[in-house]
Design a protein around this ligand. Structure first.
Ligand code: ZN
Length: 118
């Protein structure tokens, strides 16, 4: 009886179309977003996270030019590239060193009695 009920529910959910990949299908679905903004419901290709319609057959960029093109397409503003972040870290390190040196000099002047300590 229960099996019969769930079969009927499944039949209603799939609108009468016998469908292998119904809502209860446990496999990996395509993770792409459709033009409607909804999730793609097709099953992903074996070992992939996309269906054939959404690039599941792609093997990725192969040439240096292709890699460059993908990199440029994914770059939004370039404010957080590896080079920029490294430069920011370096500037912060230099700033910390300068501030430490200033504090040390100030303490020496205060200790020598040339400047009030407030
Ligand atoms: Zn898809």
């Amino acid at each position: 009886m229960d099996g019969e009920t769930s079969k009927l529910a499944y039949f209603n959910l799939t609108k009468g179309i016998p469908w292998r990949f119904g809502p209860a299908w446990p496999g990996q679905r395509c993770l792409a977003k459709t033009r409607r903004g909804t999730a793609c419901l097709k099953p992903a290709l074996k070992g992939k996270t996309r269906c054939a319609l959404h690039g599941g057959r792609s093997t990725g960029p192969r040439t240096q030019r292709g890699l460059q093109r993908i990199s440029e397409a994914n770059l939004k503003h370039g404010r957080q590239t590896k080079d920029k972040l490294a430069a920011q870290r370096h500037a912060a390190e230099v700033g910390r060193r300068v501030m430490g040196e200033l504090k040390r000099l100030e303490q020496q002047i205060v200790d020598a009695g040339l400047m009030p300590d407030d």
